[in-house]
Design a binder for this molecule. Structure first.
Ligand code: CA
Length: 235
């Protein structure tokens, strides 16, 4: 199960930058460009944390924060406010009672990531456990170990990163480009077919393992024609 974050931000470039960096960290990201859409997303699928821009069209971030705090369903979701420099700092401090933390734009992504990490550790320490479990596969990020049905699986570094990314986004379809960006990095030039090669290796390691019984040698990776790959939980 991955940690989900809702970004409420009307500046598209910033929202994209945040999404990219958060996804690279293994977070599941939802985006809303205004309060109405955000409120709708919150009702449908409450995230583990909200990044909330102060200056939004129609309803301001502060007002949204107030409303969500009053609603039982959303009152306990941690909120980090994103504010522009120059917006009255005292007021920012004032509403910090509603929001859990705030960062002043322009902020460094690393600082924001550190604050998210700190806030999640405070509010939901269980979410940041070093182990990801999906189906019969367990990935231990601290020791870089992978177990399937309790048996150790040995993977190369790229296969490990691919699996980590898949397991953080169970059921979602990822394009080869997205996998490349997340596993190899956005500025590296690598052919799309490289992804296929590593997916094939990962599949082989996860299925053709002598210590696994036949019924456990099920391929959890799904090829989606024309779209990419997805990872499904197998038990
Ligand atoms: Ca804004």
């Amino acid at each position: 199960m991955s940690v989900s974050i809702l970004i409420v931000e009307d500046e598209e470039d910033l929202a994209t930058l945040l999404r990219y960096n958060l996804e690279a960290k293994g977070f599941e990201v939802f985006e809303a460009s205004d309060g109405e859409l955000a409120t709708q997303l919150l009702q449908e699928n409450p995230p583990d944390l909200i990044l909330l821009d102060w200056m939004l069209p129609q309803i301001s971030g502060i007002e949204l924060c107030r409303r969500w705090r009053k609603d039982k369903k959303t009152s306990s979701i941690p909120i980090i406010m994103l504010t522009a420099r120059g917006e009255e700092t005292d007021r920012v401090r004032g509403f910090a009672t509603g929001a859990d933390d705030y960062v002043v734009k322009p902020f460094s992504v690393l600082e924001l990531l550190a604050r998210i990490d700190a806030l999640l550790r405070r509010t939901s320490p269980k979410l940041l456990s070093s182990k990801i479990i999906a189906g019969d596969i367990e990935l231990d990020r601290e020791n870089f170990r992978v177990l399937r049905a309790g048996k150790e699986i040995h993977l190369g570094p790229k296969e490990y990163r691919l699996l980590e990314f898949f397991m953080s986004h169970v059921g979602r379809v990822h394009s080869r480009e997205k996998l490349l960006n997340n596993v190899w990095g956005a500025d590296v030039y690598i052919d799309d077919r490289t992804v296929d090669v590593h997916i094939a290796r990962l599949r082989k390691s996860l299925t053709e393992n002598k210590s696994l019984t036949k019924d456990k040698q099920v391929d959890p990776i799904r090829t989606v024609r024309g779209a990419g790959y997805a990872f499904d939980e197998k038990f």
